[in-house]
Write a protein of this length. Structure first.
Length: 461
């Protein structure tokens, strides 16, 4: 057997030798399932797919060689045939060309197509699969549902559908089942904590959850609760001569009870079992919801204000929703000031409920630098106007407002600041977001000012 070893100082090491050394460390995309690193997707923009980059930089290792991308790439899918096919998106390593590039391997059209075979040689071409693309018969566009993610990752993290090539002892975290698993040589097994035999427990107290349920036939109750134990053992109030837990007696069945009641008040003056009270007599406790009348339209909304489990206590409504058809008005808000800094603006959601705009990183995902054209805000036109409803109500006394027009914002490419009606027509403007659009302009002005100051400093020397 010929023996060899590398690398050593002062000894030449070939590209193939370095490749064989590093491929034992790991191969695949530098990321984890679900992230955007080299994720292939389609957006129905034509016969193409795109390969994402996360955070401006995505990397992969292919047979010990490093691949890096700093911008999203678009790959063309060849024209569809009269039968469907499956194409594969790969990273193709070509040692002879000293390169790793994204490539599309076109499949063979067939009634039941399969993905094309990959070229995976030891020292020449090697293709690492990123995704499969289903190309339908005679289609002219590729949609998101046509792309199947097939990435594997450098780290030992995978999904059930996209595990790494298995070998005995390979262990990693499966995000599909949320557990650590290992390959036994023939099957994948979930890694579980070592269990103990009951005979080795010699001290302490066993958690009640670990106690077995002893069947009735073995002298136990066959149950874990008192109620079900009575049922399993056939114990009922009737067969042991006891009353049901919940039962009642008429007054006449209780010895001397009638006489005792009569001695406390004049006979017949205590309340009957069925009686009524005037609403004014209710001074404490919680009113049963069924006792609340429907409020007429003339008093409140449409007379239907119970759309949830309301509790009335201390003049407050709690639980459920208060549905109001028509306007909601409270003149008291004009006399209430915000007296501390922790206030929050309230907005109306599309379902009619109130809410706040959250901006914490903890409630956001897919955070990327904006594609908004920073100069578009300069094309926004500020106008004076009167609301039509105000003019109809007040005539010439209707106040003049200042703002922008939703349609004009759409024309200059600021659609992110417009909200729409259900039919897709522009409804209004997110004025609170317009301040964000000014930030890029302020940054550009700050950069220009710094450049001018630097030039002035040079000229003044």
């Amino acid at each position: 057997m010929t023996q060899s070893s590398w690398p050593f100082e002062g000894v030449d090491t070939t590209e193939t030798q370095y490749s064989r050394l590093l491929r034992n460390i790991g191969q695949g995309v530098n990321g984890v399932p679900g992230d955007n690193n080299l994720m292939v997707y389609a957006d129905s923009s034509g016969m193409n797919v795109k390969v994402k980059v996360a955070g401006g930089l995505s990397q992969a290792i292919v047979r010990g060689h490093m691949y890096q991308s700093t911008a999203e790439e678009t790959l063309v899918i060849s024209a569809a045939a009269s039968s469907p096919r499956i194409d594969s998106i790969v990273l193709r390593l070509d040692p002879s060309a000293n390169s790793i590039v994204l490539a599309v391997i076109a499949g063979t059209p067939a009634a039941s197509p399969s993905a094309p075979s990959l070229t995976q040689t030891d020292t020449a071409i090697y293709e690492l699969l990123l995704a499969n693309v289903a190309v339908g018969a005679s289609v002219t566009t590729i949609s998101a549902g046509n792309v199947t993610d097939k990435r594997t990752f450098i780290e030992n993290v995978w999904t059930t559908a996209n595990r790494k090539p298995a070998f005995l002892g390979l262990t990693g975290f499966n995000t599909t089942i949320g557990k650590l698993e290992t390959f036994t040589g023939s099957t994948w097994e979930v890694v579980t904590p070592t269990s103990l035999d009951a005979s080795v427990i010699t001290s302490g107290t066993v958690d009640s959850a670990r106690l077995p349920i002893v069947p009735v036939a073995s002298g136990g109750t066959g149950s874990s609760t008192a109620a079900s134990a009575r049922s399993a053992l056939g114990i009922t109030p009737g067969n042991i001569g006891a009353a049901d837990v919940s039962h009642y007696h008429v007054i006449g069945d209780v010895t001397n009870l009638q006489a005792a009641l009569d001695s406390k008040q004049p006979a017949g003056s205590y309340a009957a079992s069925s009686h009524t009270h005037d609403a004014g007599a209710i001074v404490a406790g919680t009113l049963n919801l069924n006792r609340i009348p429907t409020i007429p339209t003339s008093k409140f909304g449409q007379g239907d204000w119970n759309n949830g489990a309301f509790t009335i206590a201390s003049d407050n409504l709690t639980g459920g929703y208060l549905n109001v058809w028509g306007g909601v008005k409270s003149t008291g808000v004009y006399n209430t000031s915000v007296t501390y800094g922790a206030y929050r603006a309230v907005w109306v959601n599309v379902d009619g409920t109130f809410g706040q705009t959250a901006s914490s990183r903890t409630v956001k995902q897919d955070i990327e630098p904006t594609t908004l054209d920073a100069d578009a805000i300069l094309d926004a036109e500020i106008v004076d106007f009167r609301y039509i409803d105000a003019v109809e109500a007040l005539g010439k006394e209707a106040p003049i407002e200042v703002g922008v027009i939703a349609e004009q914002l759409l024309e200059v490419g600021l659609e992110k600041f417009v909200y729409f009606n259900e039919d897709g027509s522009p409804a209004g403007v997110h004025y609170e977001r317009l301040a964000v659009a000014i930030i890029p302009q302020l940054q550009k002005q700050a950069q220009r000012l710094s450049a001018i100051e630097a030039r002035l400093a040079v000229l003044e020397k």
